[in-house]
Design a protein around this ligand. Structure first.
Ligand code: ZN
Ligand code: ZN
Length: 351
């Protein structure tokens, strides 16, 4: 009897493990991404509003004025020549390095990957007219270790930087580029061939790790009339030794708890903590620091690393506020301050 129970449990487990992953995550409400009849993508949790013209117009004027005014409180920086990271590329002590903004270099399970890489001076289609960069990238592009793959969360210029992606593809044609649905042609038009599009709830395997495309509550726009035509996403990279999550750009939503239940606990979750003011424009598509700390808890993250702040002039909040508030929220809440990581730009930390 006991043997029979064990063998049916084993059978159940085998069925569960071999079930198509897409269906598994679909049942968790994590995909596929809904689309309207005219092909635009939708947020199942309500599409975010972006504020009235009365909020948006003065905001854009302030961005222009920002080119000429001092902004105290930029993140601390450390020198990183990449020597350790190149040496570590295949031995793989699990590490995270903050290059700046949403760009992280991660090494785990013997692979090395980048999230939302941007080395350009400004996140903009016009190099001399975009938001200002406050801090140079924490590691020179030529000092990077070999990159197995890159994940891109969405097509906003601070996350999808074509000059950087083209430079990475040229540097190593074997590097794979994973993007959400309908973002592939942007890269292919730049001559990047090794591109794979994923829907929410789907995944690909790379040398023993599984890369999952997952929901985020955000939007997309790259030019005049392409709103919501390309999908936005968050990403999980699941290995046998470590589990990593990158939230991309997102407002607070119940997806964090669903993702945490389906794929957590995560050893490390990268959460965006900046670009939350003006509130009337940012609230629904960006996290504030307190929401970011709560997201880490919902995701069942062992530790959270702060990102998406202090690098470009994208929003109104004082530059020193996001990390201060993130650590305070962690200290006063469930997460705890020692699990809320605020790195210096260029810093590498083992996880
Ligand atoms: Zn965005
Ligand atoms: Zn962003």
């Amino acid at each position: 009897m006991r043997l029979a129970c064990l063998s049916s449990a084993a059978l159940l487990l085998a069925v569960f493990v071999s079930a198509p992953l897409r269906a598994e995550l679909g049942a968790e409400g994590l995909g596929p991404a809904p689309r309207t009849a005219d092909g635009r993508f939708e947020n199942p949790w309500g599409d975010p509003a972006h504020g009235s013209i009365g909020i948006r117009f003065p905001f854009f004027l302030r961005r222009i004025a920002g080119a000429f005014r001092e902004r105290p409180g930029v993140p601390l920086q450390v020198t990183n020549d990449g020597a350790f990271l190149r040496e570590n590329a295949r031995h793989s002590t699990p590490t995270v390095t903050w290059i700046g903004h949403a760009t992280l270099l991660v090494q785990m399970d013997h692979v090395t990957f980048l999230t939302d890489p941007i080395w350009s001076d400004t996140p903009s289609p016009v190099p001399f007219l975009g938001p200002r960069r406050f801090v140079p990238p924490g590691l020179a592009l030529e000092d990077l270790p070999p990159i197995d793959f890159v994940v891109v969360s969405h097509n906003h210029y601070d996350h999808l930087d074509l000059p950087t992606l083209a430079a990475l593809a040229e540097r190593d044609p074997a590097t794979r580029f994973f993007v959400p649905l309908e973002n592939g042609s942007l890269l292919r038009d730049e001559g990047i061939a090794n591109v794979e599009e994923l829907d929410w709830g789907s995944s690909v395997e790379h040398e023993g790790v599984r890369v999952h495309c997952l929901p985020a509550k955000h939007w997309s726009k790259r030019s005049v009339n392409d709103d919501l035509r390309a999908l936005w996403a968050s990403w999980a990279v699941i290995g046998t030794e470590r589990r990593f999550y990158h939230a991309g750009d997102t407002g607070a939503f119940e997806g964090f708890a669903r993702i945490g239940a389906a794929l957590g606990p995560f050893d490390l979750a990268a959460v965006p903590i900046g670009a939350y003011e003006p509130v009337g424009m940012m609230k629904e598509s960006h996290l504030n620091p307190e929401e970011a700390a709560q997201a880490a808890v919902d995701l069942r993250a062992e530790r959270a690393v702060a990102m998406h702040y202090g690098t470009f002039d994208l929003s109104d909040e004082p530059l020193e506020d996001p990390p201060r508030r993130f650590q305070a929220a962690a200290r006063e809440g469930v997460l705890g301050e020692e699990r809320a990581w605020v790195l210096r730009i260029g810093e590498t930390r083992a996880f």
